[in-house]
Design a protein around this ligand. Structure first.
Ligand SMILES: Nc1nc2c(ncn2[C@@H]2O[C@H](COP(=O)(O)OP(=O)(O)OP(=O)(O)O)[C@@H](O)[C@H]2O)c(=O)[nH]1
Ligand SMILES: [Mg+2]
Length: 360
């Protein structure tokens, strides 16, 4: 406690005891790092040494909107890049309440028990206020949070989907350079964020529930089509029979989709995240997928395509940002918006004029 606080007229109660979810080792590391801002090179060295505090710091730089931080972030990413890529990236989606957090806790613990190092990231542009669903979720990931071999990071917030997605992709690389070999990326199964996540992972897992009315109700066809595996969660208690039934239904539905380029036939399984049942089968299926796609080289081809996709996306994003944040353009755009609405100028002529001004 601050010495000065004793002089205050207000009574200040003693703080609560340190919860045991905070590891003493991390506290020491954080205190050490907080003393000063480490340089890009120091961050790179620490990340390559598996230092999770440095990893967190670097991700914070990546997420920052301060141009100085961005420059440093780019330097760190560049330094980490040769050490990235050596991981498997798994996307996990499903509607709110399906059990994503509970599943990731069980699945993550299972993976660390196999000796894997697991990083959990999230893409959730909707949660700008709550600062990412994972954060509030740390109670659901109690065991995983404490696990030395796990790293959990809530999503970047207050941003466009494009912005959040780029930052998540860069965070993936940093996690890989830090030695994490299994990256789980959570997203909520309600909007466009699946497409963004799909374009940054090797394997896409859809969590579903049985017995919520019509089996296929509420799941967008597009999301089902992206899935490499559908896991029916909450297959426990009275729900087991319904889950088995749902498995048959989903299997039937999956057969209606065209064959995938990966050569993989998407499949369905059941699990209970809360009772940690069926988690091993999920991993077994994922391993089969990696075996197949590494053998037929789809794994590498997909990653190469994804890199090209993100190159184009980033350029598009930056061009757009740069254009719309240009003070001259901001003013000219306002004037032209008025002019097009009163038919003084055609939208095409106005656009041409603005772009000409911008690229002059
Ligand atoms: N019976 C049963 N309940 C489960 C299981 N998995 C999760 N739940 C419960 O379902 C509720 C929602 O679980 P979460 O893990 O928070 O679900 P989520 O998909 O992360 O939800 P959002 O973060 O809101 O999108 C919680 O009350 C869990 O305890 C399961 O396997 N069986
Ligand atoms: Mg959750």
């Amino acid at each position: 406690m601050n010495q000065n606080s004793k002089k205050s007229a207000l009574k200040e109660n003693d703080g609560i005891e340190q919860p045991d979810s905070i590891s003493a080792k991390s506290v020491v590391q954080i205190q050490h790092f907080r003393k000063r801002q480490p340089s890009a090179n120091e961050l790179i060295t620490a990340i390559l040494n598996g230092d999770k505090t440095a990893l967190s710091r670097a991700i914070t730089l990546v997420e920052s909107t301060n141009p100085e931080h961005l420059e440093k972030a780019n330097e760190v990413i560049q330094g980490c890049l040769p050490h990235a890529n050596k991981s498997v990236r798994i996307g996990i989606t499903g509607v709110p309440g399906v059990g994503k957090s509970t599943f990731i806790e069980a699945f993550g613990k299972y993976l660390t028990s196999l000796g894997k190092k697991v990083a959990v990231l999230a893409v959730d542009p909707s949660s700008s206020i709550s600062h990412g669903s994972i954060l509030g979720d740390k109670t659901r990931m109690e065991e995983l949070v404490k696990d030395e071999n796990a790293f959990i990071r809530p999503s970047a917030s207050g941003e466009s989907l494009g912005g959040v997605a780029r930052k998540t992709r860069e965070s993936i690389m940093l996690c890989e350079a830090c030695g994490f070999d299994t990256i789980l990326i959570e997203t909520v199964g309600v909007g466009q964020s699946e497409t963004a996540v799909h374009s940054m992972v090797d394997f896409f897992l859809l969590l579903n529930l049985a017995g919520a009315g019509d089996e296929l109700q509420g799941i967008k066809r597009g999301i089902m089509e992206m899935a490499d595996l559908i896991v029916i969660n909450k297959a426990d208690g009275d729900n087991i029979t319904k889950a088995k039934l749902a498995k048959t239904e989903y299997n039937r539905a999956l057969h209606l989709f065209p064959m995938k380029n990966s050569g993989w036939s998407p499949t369905v399984t059941t699990c209970s995240a809360i009772e940690k049942e069926g988690i091993d089968s999920v991993w077994k299926i994922i391993e089969e997928y990696f075996h197949l796609t590494k053998e037929n080289n789809y794994f590498n081809t997909k990653r190469a395509n994804q890199n090209q996709y993100w190159l184009m996306e980033t350029i598009n994003d930056q061009l757009k940002n740069n254009f719309y944040n240009n003070p001259e353009i901001i003013q000219l755009l306002e004037e032209n918006k008025k002019a097009v609405s009163t038919n003084e100028i055609s939208p095409f002529a106005a656009a041409f004029l603005l772009l000409k001004k911008y690229f002059k």
